[in-house]
Ligand binder design. Sequence first.
Ligand SMILES: [Zn+2]
Length: 154
Amino acid sequence: MQVLSRLLNNCPGFGKAFHGLACLAVAVGGCSSFGPSEPALPPGAVPMAADSRYQDWFGRTEACSGLDGSFQTITWYVVPNAETFETPEGPKVGMWEKSGAVTRIIIAGRYVAHEMVVRHEMLHHLLDREGHPSEYFTARCRLTWDSWGQIAAQ
Ligand SMILES: [Zn+2]
């Protein structure tokens, strides 16, 4: 219990990755400053219109995964000019976030035109989950840094 109360006190002050993850889990249960209906955006994130290529990339991600999804339900954000942005799990170049009917994809500014980074987050949307099952992220779609590099090497 002491650990739990410490985590609650830390929420949403993200420090170490473990605390961040635990805080997210707690948030679903009702962390007041970080409710499930309004996930926190990374600092500096602003809405952006989907790039003209994104619809095509979405179709290709549906094709490789064999999954269907709705492109229109994604709300896109960018952190302008950023190489990475801060998240509870540490710095990232892209992030998928779902809460109820709201789906957000946030991309670091330097990577908004990077097909792998954008499609990686689209695949989270199609799978409707976090984590990276290798069947989809590696074998089917090759949307990880390592497996994407394999395509270029072929
Ligand atoms: Zn991911």
